[in-house]
Design a protein around this ligand. Structure first.
Ligand code: SF4
Ligand code: SF4
Length: 400
């Protein structure tokens, strides 16, 4: 189909979205080594799933089930999510005839990225979908079949003022994650629905129903590089985001793997490991895990801390203190960026210096905490007693 003049944005190189992802250096392989083979995972094998299924004992099962809802902001978001899930998940059928639109993969990729930003995503990336990223079985033990060649990853940034006011493991931290999970889930459901209306197969993978391992999707869609935290970090948002994706057979164009020097940066920085209250992050070197070279998180220790945290709810301390998390910067601050890695690293070093000067932004006396400290005990909301904000620091001494 011929180019139409008012569709120039789909045919030119103009930036799409608030962050200059198009200027990132792209490489043909992930920057962390992948000697392989990478095996498919069963969704029931994650530590969160095993806690939910009671494999680690009654206390972890019970506390996991009330983890988000025991704080009322989290509870309100979960109620809304359950309401949405009451709808039978009947996907609209794929249109019998393909819509009369261009089929050039580059044009379609720019179109879907624009749609992702229209729906509210901060960053959108596209990559191939390896079958190793697809779960072998779901939580009910049913085999998962997802024969789609492409993934479109949508990324949404968490609410910065809230994270800045929090120490990283207070009760609002879980709600702050859940709120973003929910938004990006709705965005991916709308995008998958739209693609089916155009006549291609598409399915969403998000908190409603994860079909895939999201860290691998993030890596393969060029969202970022693997960090010491064991998760993918984006050069503009740090790891302060949540991600969901759409899988499709619409032929698209891959962004390629991102390379902004994170492997070297994390090799000489241990701030997240120093500040992790449960010491779940290694200060050592990368090791081989399921075919990947990575800094392997002690996910059982991190998960237990999340679930049993009585000084708040869950934890995100590592993502908060990482110097790539620059809460005072947004897309406008990168408007003049020309892809210079020296400048990118300099802004991270500046943030690191600020973190250290502020005691890793530990906001013990912040005056902008807008949420109430509440907990649910025997069905009633109570003000937690005996809570000592410094207690957790004594039990899990933080490094300076
Ligand atoms: S979420 Fe908290 S406990 Fe888990 S690795 Fe990060 S800082 Fe450590
Ligand atoms: S805190 Fe430092 S080591 Fe940890 S992920 Fe961030 S840059 Fe890497």
């Amino acid at each position: 189909m011929d180019q139409l003049p008012y569709h120039d944005i789909l045919y030119n190189d103009a930036p799409i979205g608030p962050y200059p992802s198009h200027l990132l250096r792209r490489v043909p392989e992930p920057t962390n080594r992948v000697p392989g083979p990478v095996e498919r995972k069963d969704q029931r094998s994650s530590v969160f799933a095993r806690s939910l299924l009671g494999e680690f004992g009654e206390e972890l099962e019970r506390e996991f089930k009330r983890m988000t809802v025991r704080y009322p902001v989290g509870g309100a978001l979960v109620d809304l999510q359950n309401h949405i899930n009451l709808y039978p998940r009947r996907a609209n059928p794929v249109a019998k005839k393909k819509a009369p639109i261009p089929t050039d993969p580059r044009v379609l990729s720019r179109h879907l990225k624009s749609l992702g930003h229209f729906l509210g995503a901060d960053i959108v990336g596209i990559g191939p979908l390896p079958q190793s990223a697809v779960y072998s079985h779901d939580m009910k033990g049913r085999e998962i079949d997802a024969p789609y060649p492409w993934a479109i990853a949508l990324v949404v940034r968490k609410h910065e003022p809230t994270l800045c006011a929090s120490n990283g493991w207070e009760e609002i931290v879980d709600g702050a994650s859940f709120q973003v999970y929910q938004r990006v889930a709705l965005q991916t459901e709308a995008m998958a629905n739209y693609i089916r209306r155009l006549g291609w197969n598409a399915v969403a993978t998000n908190m409603n129903s994860y079909v895939t391992l999201m860290p691998q999707i993030a890596l393969d869609c060029g969202i970022g590089e693997v960090s010491r935290m064991g998760i993918v970090l984006n050069p503009f948002l740090g790891a302060n985001f949540k991600i969901a994706a759409v899988l499709t057979d619409m032929e698209l164009e891959a962004d390629g793997y991102a390379d902004f020097g994170l492997q070297d940066y994390c090799a000489s920085c241990t701030d997240c490991a120093d500040q992790c209250p449960s010491h779940a992050i290694t200060r050592g070197k990368q090791t081989l895990y399921n075919g990947y070279s990575t800094w392997k998180l002690n996910d059982r220790v991190c998960s237990d801390f999340d679930i049993l945290n009585k000084e708040g709810c869950v934890c995100g301390r590592c993502t908060k203190v990482c110097p790539w998390h620059r809460p005072d910067m947004d897309g406008r601050d990168f408007a003049g960026w020309d892809g210079d890695l020296g400048w990118l690293h300099a802004t991270v070093d500046e943030q690191r210096a600020r973190n250290r000067a502020n005691g890793y932004v530990d906001p013990s006396e912040r005056t902008d905490k807008w949420w109430f400290a509440l907990d649910e005990v025997d069905g009633e909301l109570v003000v937690p007693t005996g809570r000592n904000p410094q207690k957790i620091c004594r039990e899990y001494p933080l490094q300076r």
